[in-house]
Design a protein around this ligand. Structure first.
Ligand code: 0GY
Length: 290
């Protein structure tokens, strides 16, 4: 692993928040183990291994029932570790792959059988080389027959330029980590309102109210990120997902405690009804129902 890489928390707290039965952790990863699933030669970082068994143990410890496992950039377009984890988990996991435009229909169908339900388009420049939009559009065409959706990862300054492209995709889109707002600016700032307006104008856009640990300047209570998460949960209760982001690649400021992250949930989804939608109904509809 990279010299400055922070491994995931070895001993997270047991959450005070009692997670409802059937809850889904809708954003997490598996890394390697490298001896079995080597990292991609063009990766921008080398993480510490974070195996499927460690992920499933954390799921049980935190009180979750299911995972949506997202292919991370360090594995490039080799989805072997993801598919292996999905095959082990069966009905308890679904996946988001990263694919090359040359992928065949047969390969897509194999991934679908394993539980993949989406592809991820990554626009974060520190994580990936730029992919031409025509390439993304051709992938979007290829996955259409399978009924998959598209997960997008970008940072707030890139949103303005991306809006026409996102609308052109004309399919269900899930935006990672609320489009990574600058939380020093305030919920009412035009930058965050641009994202809210995207969701208002395009009812195919969903988001993950996740990653306070990446956005905060107030770890470990993340109180500066809570208003952003809560605003989205209350404005779009049927189009929000929640995830741990375990094993938290590329954290520099601190090692997040996954139990403490779970304890943020009742502050952002303040009623049982909102919690039911965020943790169960929404992810089940998007990833399990067909
Ligand atoms: C996340 C966030 C990050 C990394 C990746 O694919 C990835 O490598 O998504 C990040 O560094 O912000 O969602 O895991």
């Amino acid at each position: 692993m990279d010299a400055d890489y922070l491994p995931f928390h070895a001993n997270p707290k047991k959450p005070d928040f009692l997670v409802p039965a059937g809850a889904v952790d809708a954003h997490c990863h598996v890394f390697g183990p490298a001896a079995q699933f080597p990292y991609h030669p063009k990766r921008k970082y080398t993480p510490c291994d974070a195996s499927k068994d460690q992920l499933f143990a954390l799921r049980d410890y935190l009180g979750f029932s299911r995972n949506v496992i997202v292919q991370a950039s360090c594995h490039g377009t080799d989805n072997a570790a993801l598919v292996d984890a999905l095959n082990s988990a069966g009905e308890l996991a679904r996946g988001v792959a990263v694919v090359d435009p040359a992928i065949t229909e047969v390969e897509l169908k194999e991934m679908d059988a394993a539980g993949v339900r989406a592809v991820r388009f990554n626009f974060v420049k520190r994580l990936v080389d730029t992919t031409p939009r025509e390439v993304f559009l051709s992938i979007a065409e290829k996955i259409k027959p399978l009924g998959w959706h598209i997960v997008v990862y970008f940072e707030a300054p890139d949103l303005k330029d991306l809006i026409p492209f996102l609308n052109e995709l004309n399919t269900t889109i899930v935006v990672d980590h609320m489009g990574r707002p600058d939380v020093t600016k305030g919920v009412d700032h035009p930058d965050f309102q641009r994202f809210v307006n995207l969701m208002r104008d395009n009812d195919k856009v969903w988001t993950k109210v996740s990653c306070p640990e990446r956005l905060t300047q107030q770890a470990p209570d993340y109180s500066d990120v809570v208003p952003y998460m809560r605003a989205l949960v209350e404005t779009f209760p049927d189009r929000v997902l929640w995830g741990t982001d375990w094993p938290h690649p590329n954290m520099k400021s601190h090692t997040p405690d996954d139990g403490a992250l779970v304890d943020v949930i009742p502050q952002i989804a303040v009623t049982e009804e909102l919690q039911q939608k965020l943790l169960i109904d929404n992810p089940m509809r998007l990833y399990w129902e067909r």
